[in-house]
Write a protein that binds this ligand. Structure first.
Ligand code: NDP
Length: 435
C-alpha cells in the first residue's frame, strides 16, 4: 500500500486477490515465508515512453505510451493495449495484474502484461490513427517479440489499430512473426478472435446456469457497452434464445423493450465499427427504443447482467437494484466492472457472479490459439476454434468450482478464479527461484 498508494485501481485489484489468496497461502506450507504475493504485485518491468505524432492540421501532438510486463513465470507476457484518455500506470498495472491470473486460468502458457496510451482515438481521422499507431510502435517494438511479449487489442484498439501497429513492427524488424494478436484473417489472424471475449463470457455464464439446471433460453439480458465485447456477448445471448434489451456507451444507454434482435445488432455493429457513431443514434432507426443520457443500464429489470464496457461501471447501489429486480446471474465481460461493494452485494445475495478474470478469459485464450496457429503456420476452421474456446471456458469454470467451493456447497467464483490462477504461477515462480 505504501509503495502504490497513489494507484487506486491497482490497489483495488490487488485487494480483491489478496482477500482470497492470503488465507490459501496460510493453509499451504509450500507458499509460506516466500513473499510470493509481494513478488507478484511488483511488475517485472514497467516501460513508459513519449509518442510524438503529427495531426491533420500539421500540429505536433505528444502522448504517453506504456507497457507493463507484469509476470513471465509461465510464458511470454501477453495482454492488450488500451488507447483511452484515462490510461495511466495505475489502470495498466491493475489490468496487467488481473491478466497474470486470467492467462494462468486459460491453461495456455502465457504470462501477463498490459499496455497502451492516453491517446483518444475518438474523433480522429484514419490517417491520424495510423500516424499515432506507427509512432507508438517505433518505440514499443524494441520491448516485444513473439517469444517475449505479444500484445493484443483492448478499449480503443481493434483490427484497424492492430493492422497499423503490425505494419510498422514488420517494417522495423524486417520479419513477419505473430508479435500481435487480433490480426486480420489474411495476415495471420485467427477466426473467432473478434467474437471470443463476448462469446466466452456467455459460455461461462451458460456453464454457471447449467450447473443450476438453467439456461439462457427465454431470459432477459442487460448488457453495457457497445464495443467489441458487448457486441458479441449480445450475439451469443441471442443465439442461445435470450432477449437483449440494452446496450450503452460512455454517453448513455439505450433500452429496447422489444429486444435488440439480430438485425438491430447488425445495425449497431455497422454504427460502431464502420461509422464510429454514438449509441443514441440507434433511436434514429428504431424510434420505439428509449435513450437515457448519462446513465448506466443497471436499473433495467433483467435475469442476466453482462457488464462489458469498463472498470468500476457497476457500484454497490446498482448491484442492490439488480438483485431487487430479480437478476440471478452476473458475468463480467469487461475487466473489473463491478466495484468491491457491488461484488459483496452479489455474494451476500448468493446470486451467480463471475469475475472478469474468469469470464472474459476467452479473448486472451483465443489469442493464445492465434499464437499457436502462427507458430504452426496453420489456420484452423471457425468450428475448430469455437470448439476449443468452449472447452477452455468450461475448463476455467470447472477450475473455479474446484477451488471456489464454500462450506455450504455454493461456489465463490471470485475465490475459485483467484486461487486457481495463483497456484500455477506461484508454483512456476518457486521452481525458478528468486529472480
Ligand atoms: P471497445 O473499445 O470495443 O468498447 C468499449 C465500450 O465501452 C464502448 O462502448 C465504450 O463507449 C464503453 N466505454 C469505454 N470507456 C467507458 C467509460 N469510461 N464509461 C462508460 N463506457 C465506457 O473495447 P472492448 O469491448 O474491447 O473492451 C471492453 C471491456 O472488455 C474492457 O474492460 C476491456 O478491458 C475488456 N476486455 C476486452 C477484451 C477484448 O478481447 N477486446 C478481452 C478481455 C477483456 P465509448 O465508445 O463511448 O467510449
Amino acid at each position: 500500500k505504501q509503495r502504490n498508494g497513489h494507484e487506486p485501481e491497482f490497489l483495488q485489484a490487488v485487494q480483491e486477490v489478496a482477500e482470497t489468496v492470503i488465507p490459501y497461502i496460510i493453509q499451504h506450507d509450500i507458499y509460506h515465508g516466500k513473499n510470493i504475493l509481494l513478488r507478484m504485485v511488483e511488475p517485472e518491468r514497467l516501460i513508459s515512453f513519449r509518442v510524438s505524432w503529427v495531426d491533420d492540421n500539421g500540429e505536433i501532438q505528444v502522448n504517453r505510451g506504456y507497457r507493463v510486463q507484469m509476470n513471465s513465470a509461465i510464458g511470454p507476457y501477453k495482454g492488450g493495449l488500451r488507447f483511452h484518455p484515462t490510461v495511466n500506470a495505475s489502470i495498466l498495472k491493475f489490468l496487467a495484474f488481473e491478466q497474470v491470473f486470467k492467462n494462468s486460468l486459460t491453461t495456455l502458457p502465457m504470462g501477463g502484461g498490459k499496455g497502451g496510451s492516453d491517446f483518444d482515438p475518438k474523433g480522429k481521422s484514419d490517417n491520424e490513427v495510423m500516424r499515432f499507431c506507427h509512432a507508438f510502435m517505433t518505440e514499443l517494438f524494441r520491448h516485444i517479440g513473439h517469444n517475449t511479449d505479444v500484445p493484443a487489442g483492448d478499449i480503443g484498439v481493434g483490427a484497424r489499430e492492430i493492422g497499423f501497429m503490425f505494419g510498422m513492427y514488420k517494417k522495423l524488424k524486417n520479419s513477419f512473426t505473430g508479435v500481435l494478436t487480433g490480426k486480420g484473417q489474411s495476415w495471420g489472424g485467427s477466426l473467432i478472435r473478434p467474437e471470443a471475449t463476448g462469446y466466452g463470457a456467455v459460455y461461462f455464464a451458460q456453464n454457471m446456469l447449467q450447473r443450476k439446471g438453467d439456461s439462457f433460453e427465454g431470459k432477459t439480458v442487460v448488457i453495457s457497452g457497445s464495443g467489441n465485447v458487448a457486441q458479441y456477448a449480445a450475439e451469443k445471448s441471442l443465439e442461445l434464445g435470450a432477449k437483449v434489451v440494452t446496450l450503452s456507451d460512455s454517453a448513455g444507454y439505450i433500452y429496447d423493450k422489444e429486444g435488440i434482435d439480430t438485425e438491430k445488432l447488425k445495425f449497431v455493429m455497422d454504427l460502431k465499427n464502420n461509422r464510429r457513431g454514438r449509441i443514441k443514434e440507434y433511436l434514429d432507426t428504431y424510434p420505439n427504443a428509449e435513450y437515457f443520457e448519462g446513465e448506466r443500464p443497471w436499473s433495467v429489470k433483467c435475469d442476466i447482467a453482462l457488464p462489458c464496457a469498463t472498470q468500476n461501471e457497476l457500484d454497490g447501489d446498482e448491484a442492490k437494484q439488480l438483485i431487487k429486480n430479480g437478476c440471478m446471474c452476473v458475468a463480467e465481460g469487461a475487466n473489473m466492472p463491478s466495484t468491491a461493494e457491488a461484488i459483496h452485494e452479489f455474494q451476500n445475495a448468493k446470486i451467480l457472479f463471475a469475475p472478469g478474470k474468469a469470464s472474459n478469459a476467452g479473448g486472451v485464450a483465443t489469442s493464445g490459439l492465434e499464437m499457436s496457429q502462427n507458430a504452426l503456420r496453420m489456420s484452423w476452421s471457425r468450428k475448430e476454434v469455437d470448439e476449443k474456446l468452449k472447452d477452455i471456458m468450461e475448463d476455467i469454470h470447472d477450475s473455479c468450482v474446484e477451488y471456489g467451493k464454500n462450506d455450504d456447497g455454493s461456489i465463490d467464483y471470485v475465490k475459485g478464479a483467484n486461487i486457481a490462477g495463483f497456484v500455477k504461477v506461484a508454483d512456476a515462480m518457486l521452481a525458478q527461484g528468486i529472480i
